[in-house]
Design a protein. Structure first.
Length: 254
């Protein structure tokens, strides 16, 4: 077993060892190891159905009823297999799902404030100040703060989903296909924001089909195929790996 120091050389914020997930009797994921060092962007790339979302849901403790996971997940050097989703959120884990799961009939600002509800409930001083930071990060959300979430464009909805997750002041932000269904120009904007988040002290685990964009912003990457890690390495090295170029970068846009 590897130590809590990752392959990237820095202490891991979250680590996975021998993580296996199956739905009923069907194997869905076999991840021997994965590490996200503090202050880094790590990406997991792979085609649709490769097991990327399964990985994030396992880390979040959010598998479907028929999903069973084995192996070890360590966060800040604590084993978290027995933690509920709520415990994981309270300790700084946050997931932006592919579906974004916004409240369509609530305003942009109301959705954001809901993201900070846990901090409000815990009486964390100054939690509401994060709202100003989100509006600085996403000026468009400030312009549309009174608008209903259901009336936003796809790019604006993704910004709102990111902003709402950041309202919880996470230490690890997990993003599931943030570029899905977005125009190339908006994808570029979203990924620029992802790189900015690192300066806020947020570590990021980025799951993406858009390998080109993901490897451009990431420090380190893993390639998933049919539930198994088949390649890993520094993001720059993977971006120049002939196997990755042939399988993922030839078709990727952006």
């Amino acid at each position: 077993m590897q130590s809590s120091h990752s392959a990237q050389g820095r202490p891991a914020l979250i680590s996975v060892e021998s993580l296996k997930v199956q739905y009923g009797t069907v194997p869905a994921l076999d991840c021997p190891h994965l590490h996200v060092p503090e202050g880094s962007i790590v990406t997991v790339i792979g085609a649709n159905g490769a097991g990327k979302s399964t990985l994030l849901n396992a880390l979040m403790g959010n598998l479907p009823v028929n999903g069973v996971s084995t192996g070890q997940v360590t966060y800040q050097e604590q084993a978290i297999a027995d933690w509920s989703v709520e415990q994981r959120v309270s300790q700084g884990l946050s997931l932006v799902p592919e579906s974004r799961e916004l409240f369509a009939s609530m305003s942009v600002e109301e959705n954001l404030l809901l993201g900070g509800f846990r901090l409000y409930r815990q009486k964390v001083a100054g939690w509401r100040d994060t709202l100003d930071e989100i509006f600085t990060l996403f000026p468009r959300l400030q312009e549309r703060r009174r608008q209903l979430a259901g009336t936003l464009s796809g790019g604006e909805r993704q910004m709102l989903a990111l902003g709402r997750a950041l309202m919880a002041q996470p230490r690890l932000l997990m993003l599931d296909e943030p570029s899905l269904g977005l125009a190339p120009l908006i994808v570029s904007e979203i990924f620029q924001t992802i790189t900015q988040l690192r300066t806020r002290g947020v570590s990021i685990l980025l799951v993406e089909q858009n390998a080109r964009a993901a490897l451009h912003v990431a420090d380190y990457g893993y390639v998933l195929e049919t539930g198994e890690v088949v390649l890993e390495g520094q993001a720059d090295d993977l971006a120049n790996d002939p196997r990755v170029i042939e399988s993922y970068l030839g078709l990727a846009k952006g």
